[in-house]
Ligand binder design. Structure first.
Ligand code: SF4
Ligand code: SF4
Length: 386
């Protein structure tokens, strides 16, 4: 379906939604095209960001195009735009118009994840009462008023059998260091960051309110998270909805313990490790050094860098709700990353985000590199080196 806005009246509301979300900066775009030039999609296929922004200015967006769902919200374009256009907000607003006004098709895989999140509070469709099952044998206590830290692992490490090792590694480190931490009850729900970027604003509002009320009623003051996506929304989006708590990414937390001298990895990991900056830790939140300091603290570990590390780091392809959508072979950024890591001779790709972990592990397997390359969360490496 090709729904153009030049037949304006039935879709006027959608145009207003986009213009409101884009605001004044959208009008500032002077069509230089830098956004298209830096967008990683153009490494694998054509994705004309400048043209979408122009269409949004004109109120002439093609709501039926697959381009509506393409942006991974990596922020490479926003950081380069000379006019300060909040391009991700525009992409989000277009999706919101489609999802809420039904003027285009929502991809099937995204629809299923959105239904699961709205229904049971996690994208995997798992039972809410099983949220803390990953910790059953680890003696993690329930959070109670006065507990120093709430550990919030994200839905994927909580439920995905192959990613639970991330949450389990954090609990192992915390237990070893005698950190006063607790887990929140099974009433906790997905943070909502990605589903909001995928245009499901009402679902996000309801998830955020649930978690804010839950944290407040339990007296939570400090939350340590494993996912940069939880970090981002807790830090930047929950406060305007009434969320009043400090949020710390696990890499910040562990780096501070290393600086204080209370965390000292002692076992050698004699491997070449390459660290991939997650977009929501790096470009979105300027956290580049803490993960590297942790890796450097592990004896015998050799840290190498991607050719486009830090601010220029390539997205794994999982942001903006794309973690739930299918990406064709030949268009996966994570495949490019695995190839780059192999060229650098890395034995391990170290990550600090559950989406990166899923995407890189998939790529390593599908590219037949599982014999020579592993993908590990930084916390898994720290737990191994304790
Ligand atoms: S980089 Fe900014 S000003 Fe240039 S085309 Fe893109 S949105 Fe417009
Ligand atoms: S946020 Fe990233 S994927 Fe989205 S348009 Fe900008 S550069 Fe492209």
């Amino acid at each position: 379906m090709n729904v153009k806005m030049d037949i304006l009246s039935p879709y006027k509301e959608a145009t207003d939604v986009i213009l409101e979300a884009g605001g004044e900066p959208l009008k500032l775009c002077y069509q230089c095209g830098l956004c298209t030039a830096v967008c990683p999609w153009n490494l694998v296929r054509s994705f004309l960001v400048r043209r979408i922004i122009h269409e949004a200015q004109l109120g002439a967006v093609d709501f039926g195009s697959e381009d509506v769902w393409t942006c991974v919200t990596c922020r490479a374009c926003v950081d380069r735009c000379p006019r300060g256009v909040e391009i991700i907000d525009v992409m989000r607003a277009i999706r919101r118009a489609v999802a809420s006004l039904g003027i285009g098709a929502v991809p099937d895989a995204l629809r299923i994840s959105a239904k699961n999140i709205a229904g049971v509070g996690n994208p995997l469709g798992e039972a809410p009462e099983g949220r803390n099952d990953w910790a059953k044998d680890l003696k993690a206590k329930d959070f109670a008023a006065g507990t120093e830290v709430l550990y919030f692992p994200c839905c994927i490490p909580s439920y995905d059998p192959d990613v639970k090792t991330v949450a389990r590694s954090v609990a192992t480190i915390f237990n070893e260091l005698k950190i006063d931490y607790g887990l929140i009850g099974t009433e906790a729900k997905c943070c909502g960051e990605a589903i909001r970027k995928a245009g499901h604003e009402d679902t996000f509002q309801s998830l955020a309110q649930n978690n804010i009320d839950l944290f407040a009623s339990n007296g939570v003051k400090t939350v340590v998270v494993s996912s940069p996506h939880c970090y981002h929304t807790f830090k930047h989006e929950y406060p305007e909805l009434g969320g009043k708590f400090e949020v710390i990414h696990i890499t910040q937390y562990l780096a501070s313990l290393i600086k204080k001298g209370s965390l000292k990895p002692s076992k050698e990991i004699n491997k070449k490790v390459i660290y991939s900056d997650p977009c929501y830790l790096g470009r979105h939140n300027d956290i580049y050094d803490d993960p590297r300091e942790i890796l450097r603290s592990i004896p015998a570990l050799g840290l190498v860098e991607f050719p486009d590390a830090r601010e220029n780091g390539l997205c794994c392809g999982g942001g903006g709700g794309r973690i739930w959508m299918d990406t064709a072979k030949g268009e996966r950024f994570s495949d490019i990353r695995v190839e780059q890591a192999a060229e650098k001779g890395a034995d391990i790709i170290a990550v600090a985000c559950p989406y990166c972990l899923l995407n890189y592990r998939d790529s390593v397997l599908s590219m037949g590199k599982a014999e020579t390359m592993q993908v590990k969360d930084i916390t898994e490496l720290v737990a191994q080196a304790l």
